[in-house]
Design a protein around this ligand. Structure first.
Ligand SMILES: [Zn+2]
Length: 548
């Protein structure tokens, strides 16, 4: 292929933040065949303009490497966010009123919802008998209500009965049908295997609806400046869905998918996960495998070195954590990077003990850059020694700043802080310390757990409070990071984490994934960044969103 002499796309009159130390700022970028071919001043336009070149003048707005959400569930999240949005519900009365209305409006006898915070329930413990009468009694609407951390659900007594859930169960994982002392289920189903008992009775989303919802979700992500998302779940059905979605047209952004390896996985499952590593579409590919070593602090299913205030969060999600270790080693030996959800300090320590001996990421076969490192996700409470170990390990640390700012209160009266107690809560979301220790820190949303707007997440990482709530006290303000580090967490860091040196900067030869925003993310106050419009999103040289 001869090298192009004219550009397909010219972005001019821009304040370009390249994140390339050799040329940090520029005002024009030329793109041909999906790749940046020139970066510089206005001479770039003269050099590359041809009769078919599209020229976009930004009027002085900022252009950065395209933003990538380092942890997201756009496909699985369609199910995780099925039904009514309950994220704003703050009291039991409010929840009951909402459920009564949903039950009245339901045409199929079902009520589904998501985003429920445990603080709504006395003692943070969801119970069916607190909501059954609002749903029309034990013969009323069948309700499946997912908690905000997506690791547990409250189901109505009517659904417990319909699903034949009448007592404790044993699963390959540490999932639990929560029961009273007499063995009667309370309606709280902890973790994935337990939730599946009830969830499989719920009416599935029709295929056409899934496709429509997924496409509009991905379009909304692109419209907020995202050029990609690192997808932290996947199975045969979701990969199939991506294939069919791409039959309808290009995806609005790139997806890098790590399918799940769940407790109980056998050799056939591992072989399937390895075979999937070859699967790719035009804008999506499978890369890596996702594990969960524990659950969540809010659900009492995290793996802590000392029990929480309720005496919970004492073990791994894997009944046999050594089986997790064997699976990770097998994937590593096959050259497949792993991603492990690790929230509690004991879980993080166990995962580090498994991953550290595998060695730091090294360039593969003389190729430039580095291969993708194994990753640790969430890292919600870390003692000092683990921060230092992660920093020295070469592993990728992936953190979601808005989980801290939106689910935890500075006064320590939220469920997460009460369960952990003051000392461990003080060690929450140590983004600054991880960076200072030398870790590669990727930022993300974990949508649908939190909103995917990268501007608001970058702002929250700097403020340690919700950017939309001026009055909120910051949570662990000493862990606030600078604006440059926040931008790197959505650009350079996810590229390096993926072992892809051709992304995350704007320089000749890099993939033309670009985001333009109406304020300089590295210079303006965080609130101004959050309020600034996303003017342009470019994926592989193609504008997928423009508001110029
Ligand atoms: Zn997640």
């Amino acid at each position: 292929m001869s090298s192009p002499s004219t550009a397909d796309l010219l972005v001019v009159d821009a304040d370009v933040i390249t994140l390339d130390p050799a040329r940090p700022r520029a005002s024009a970028v030329a793109v041909a065949r999906g790749v940046v071919v020139d970066v510089g001043g206005e001479e770039v336009a003269e050099r590359w303009r041809g009769s078919r070149t599209e020229v976009l003048a930004l009027g002085g707005a900022t252009l950065t490497p395209g933003w990538v959400d380092g942890h997201s569930h756009p496909v699985g999240g369609l199910t995780l966010s099925a039904g009514a949005d309950l994220t704003g519900v703050r009291s039991l009365e409010e929840l009951r009123a909402r459920l009564a209305q949903l039950a009245r409006e339901s045409t199929d006898g079902w009520v589904q919802g998501w985003g429920l915070v445990p603080d709504v329930f006395p003692g943070g413990a969801p119970r069916a008998d607190l909501v059954d009468d609002a749903l029309g009694g034990v013969d009323g609407a069948r309700a499946f209500l997912r908690l905000a951390d997506v690791h547990s659900a409250l189901v109505s007594t009517s659904l417990l009965r319909a699903a034949g859930i009448d007592g404790p169960r044993r699963f390959p994982s540490a999932s639990e049908v929560v029961c009273d002392a007499d063995g009667t289920p309370t309606g709280h189903l902890l973790e994935w295997d337990a939730m599946a008992l009830a969830e499989r009775h719920a009416p599935p989303l029709p295929d056409a609806q899934l496709r429509t919802r997924l496409r509009s979700l991905l379009e909304a992500m692109a419209a907020q400046g995202l050029v990609g998302a690192q997808v932290m779940d996947g199975d045969a059905a979701s990969l199939e869905l991506l294939d069919r979605l791409e039959d309808d047209g290009d995806l609005p952004l790139r997806l890098r998918v790590a399918p799940f390896c769940m407790p109980g996985a056998d050799d056939d499952d591992l072989a399937q996960l390895l075979a999937w590593q070859e699967r790719t579409g035009r804008r999506w590919r499978v890369a890596g495998v996702k594990f969960m070593i524990d659950g969540t602090v809010d659900g009492g299913t995290a793996w802590l070195e000392h029990p929480d205030a309720n005496g919970e969060s004492t073990g791994s999600y894997w009944r046999d954590p050594q089986a997790y270790a064997r699976a990770v080693r097998a994937l590593d030996a096959a050259g497949t990077p792993t991603v492990t959800h690790a929230i509690g300090d004991a879980g993080v320590r166990f995962v580090l003990n498994v991953l550290e001996p595998l060695g730091p990421p090294v360039p593969a076969d003389g190729a430039p850059g580095r291969r993708a490192a194994h990753r640790l996700e969430h890292l919600e409470t870390l003692p000092d020694d683990l921060v230092a170990r992660i920093g020295a390990s070469g592993l990728t640390a992936s953190v979601q700043p808005t989980h801290c700012t939106h689910f935890v209160a500075a006064d320590g009266r939220d469920n997460w802080s009460v369960r952990l107690g003051p000392e461990r809560a003080r060690h929450g979301w140590r983004v600054r310390d991880l960076l200072d220790a030398g870790a590669l820190v990727v930022l993300g949303s974990d949508w649908p757990v939190a909103d995917f707007d990268a501007r608001a997440i970058m702002a929250a990482a700097q403020l340690r409070r919700p950017v939309e709530d001026d009055g909120a006290a910051p949570v662990g303000p000493e862990q606030a990071i600078g604006a440059g580090a926040a931008l790197a967490g959505f650009t350079r860091a996810p590229a390096l984490a993926a072992g892809d040196a051709s992304r995350g900067t704007i320089r000749v030869g890099s993939a033309a994934d670009l985001t333009a925003v109406g304020a300089d993310p590295t210079a303006v106050p965080p609130a101004d960044l959050a309020a600034a419009p996303v003017l342009l999103t470019v994926v592989g040289g193609t504008p997928v969103h423009r508001a110029l």
